[in-house]
Design a protein around this ligand. Structure first.
Ligand code: NDP
Ligand code: 8X3
Length: 257
């Protein structure tokens, strides 16, 4: 379904981004994989090449660094310049402190990655898409962009911003054939909680024991659905929740075997 399309995925070294790479590779895409941990990208690219014959171009990139983003995008080799799909997936949460106890560095990391990183990437990639009059930007939002939970303050604010930017982009892109979608998951079992709890694996594992969470591949398949609709169809936003999580405040404690 994506034969010879070029997809650029940020945060491809883990979780949802890596799953998007796998699913897109299965569908025949050529992949630009971006993240800070280049050794992870190399392992992934090797596996995708073996399993699907996928061609990958790797970018060791911190999306918070605007100059670096501009440099790698303007410096893409010719064969990789015509990006068809940008998945703005790189993102993170840090801590669950109340605002009055919050850590300024955690806040900056979330704001700089989840909002500004998405903006730097979009600003760098969109002009090419608009000039070609084709392309698709998929932003990873969250249930946290629609509801706020205790300790979620700044993370939720960043995902509310992603939701606003997604709506704004749809307006800005009117008149072009460039599409823009937001995929907003509930709880997905990835390294997300380990990052939130600054590497505390035991605490992170506890998060996923109350009920069966979504898996990264569930979200990757949703992203694939968005980018494979006919040209006149734009999936504007999709909210995907675990069956046992109706809202951030309403879940069924079924447990996990
Ligand atoms: P993971 O922690 O498993 O993966 C996050 C990815 O983002 C990693 O590949 C990481 O790569 C990358 N990343 C983080 N910071 C940067 C940066 N500054 N520059 C480049 N890459 C960066 O988490 P998920 O897969 O769960 O998260 C992916 C997206 O999904 C995020 O936007 C998250 O907010 C969103 N989301 C997650 C949910 C969940 O429950 N897991 C639910 C709803 C939304 P590296 O460290 O190598 O740079
Ligand atoms: C991640 C979902 O609810 O754990 O975006 O914050 S949540």
């Amino acid at each position: 379904m994506l034969k010879n399309k070029i997809a650029l995925i940020t945060g491809a070294s883990a979780g949802i981004g890596a799953a998007c790479a796998e699913v897109f590779a299965r569908e025949g895409a050529r992949l630009i994989l971006a993240a800070r941990r280049s050794e992870r990208l190399e392992e992934l690219a090797l596996r995708l090449s073996k399993d699907h014959g996928t061609e990958c171009h790797l970018l060791t990139l911190d999306v918070r660094d605007r100059q670096a983003v501009n440099k790698v995008i303007s410096g893409l080799p010719e064969a990789w310049q015509a990006v068809d799909i940008l998945v703005n997936n790189a993102g993170l949460s840090r801590g669950l402190d109340k605002v009055q106890d919050g850590d300024a560095q955690d806040w900056e990391e979330m704001i700089d990655t989840n909002i500004k990183g998405l903006l730097w990437m979009s600003r760098a990639v969109l002009p090419g898409m608009i000039a070609r009059d084709r392309g698709h930007v998929v932003n990873l939002g969250s249930i946290a962009g629609r509801q706020v939970y205790p300790g979620g303050n700044v993370y939720c604010a960043t995902k509310h911003a992603v939701r606003a930017l997604n709506q704004a982009l749809r307006i800005d892109l009117l008149g072009t054939r460039v599409r823009c979608s937001s995929v907003d998951p509930g709880m997905v079992e990835t390294e997300f909680s380990e990052v939130r709890f600054h590497g505390d694996k035991a605490k992170a594992a506890g998060v996923y024991k109350a009920f069966p969470p979504l898996q990264a591949v569930d979200i990757a398949e949703t992203v694939l659905f968005c980018v494979t609709r006919p040209e006149h169809v734009n999936i504007q936003e999709v909210l995907v929740m675990p069956t046992d999580q109706a809202a951030v405040y309403a879940s069924h404690p079924r447990g996990v075997e």
